[in-house]
Ligand binder design. Sequence first.
Ligand SMILES: Nc1ncnc2c1ncn2[C@@H]1O[C@H](COP(=O)(O)OP(=O)(O)OP(=O)(O)O)[C@@H](O)[C@H]1O
Ligand SMILES: N[C@@H](Cc1ccc(O)cc1)C(=O)O
Length: 462
Amino acid sequence: MVFLERLCSIPRIHWFQPCKRLYSNRNILKLSERGMYQDMFPNTAASDILNLLNKCPQCVYAGFDPTANSLHVGNLLVIINLLHWQRGGHNVIALLGGATGQIGDPSGRNTDRVALSNDVIQENIQCIKSNLETVFENHEKYFWPEKENKLKPLRIVNNESWYKEINSIQFVSDIGRNFRMGTMLLKQSVQSRINSEVGMSFTEFAYQIFQSYDWLHLLKEYDCKFQIGGSDQMGNISAGHELISRTVNKKVYGLTLPLVTTEEGDKFGKSAGNALWLDAKKTSPYSLYQYFLRTKDSDVERLLKLFTFYSLGEIKDIMFKHKEHPEQRYPQMCLADQLTTLVHGENGLAQARQATEAIYSKDVKSLVSLSSADLEQVFKGAPVVNLLLSPGITVLKLGMMAKCFPTESDAMRIIQAGGFYINHQRIKNINEVITESAHILPNLISLLRVGKRNYYIVKWQT
Ligand SMILES: Nc1ncnc2c1ncn2[C@@H]1O[C@H](COP(=O)(O)OP(=O)(O)OP(=O)(O)O)[C@@H](O)[C@H]1O
Ligand SMILES: N[C@@H](Cc1ccc(O)cc1)C(=O)O
């Protein structure tokens, strides 16, 4: 944690600086230099794809099922890939799975999903739509330097809009006929479940048909020849490729991205329960910022290539600087700065830095600027107590009410020895009376500390 303490003393000029040579290229396959792709489908299609990309703007889509009320950092890699397509002058579609979310994608799961109510799905759709719009807006505002050269707008569609028009008998008869049971059964998502104890419902088994039909629909409607997704989507993407080859005889292509994992190697995601959310209410800008600031040296270059818009040359320079002064953790700052700005804008970045200062600079002014939700996020794990501000509460009484000490004699000993702080100010007098002006921040919070790092948050009710 020493580097975090040093962070506050590093001149701001080194932190986030929009770069002049931001990466942008019509040839999206070049992103493989950044480690962006895992697989291509069909795997011999590179030269066909290259021809198409160079000939004229293409259309690409990625889908997101509304199974939570926010997207997360794993999904962000897919979004960043879509942004690279947009930067290359292509048309980009984000599909919200209002219909597929009711079915449940079995990919990467070892049990059936719990069905969500329609109200929850609708609510989740609104939240995910807002995540997408925010990231695309932030990207254009902070990372697209050619302001006179407008990016093609993101198109957001919901697959419920076409399924509600389709007759189910007609669908099974027309579309279902193109799917062979043998091929469907061979998909990894089916294989891993079908012989397990819990098995698999027909509903989830049929999921691949719906994702395939989505692509066919988008191909007809918007000439969308490309689909991208995390590498767990390969089975669904290849199913769509097959449906399209059989029905309209057009060439389409799938690209998958590596799965972003935690330091322990687990996929970041909803099902794994370890998501870092894009919604500030679920993961504060501060927590997102801190997470990337803590990136291991061995991972940081790979993450800069995947999650930022620095050119490869700039990343090389950043890593060179790191070799000279590893203790400054410069690449980690570049990563945390760009990611936080992309997800939460410059205000979010400012908030994250302020919160960092609030902890490490031990300055009361920076505490005042935090909301009570921020304080709770910043001092995550710190016990929170709600207290009524009644006249005559002493420092000793406050320490006991907030359960900072096991016994009153411990409290007296520690406070008098100088080990107790209110809002970063040491208080030694056990009889000092708590007043709004001296001990309570304008946000009606007091931050108590015992020793170096045991924090307690008091929320005052007046
Ligand atoms: N950790 C990750 N790394 C890269 N891509 C991911 C990651 N998690 C999800 N994606 C991709 O994001 C897109 C949308 O995924 P989805 O909404 O199903 O999220 P999810 O977290 O995988 O959900 P669940 O865990 O419930 O399956 C898919 O293309 C998926 O492959
Ligand atoms: N199956 C994808 C989401 C998706 C839904 C519909 C599609 O057409 C494409 C993708 C997932 O769960 O991650």
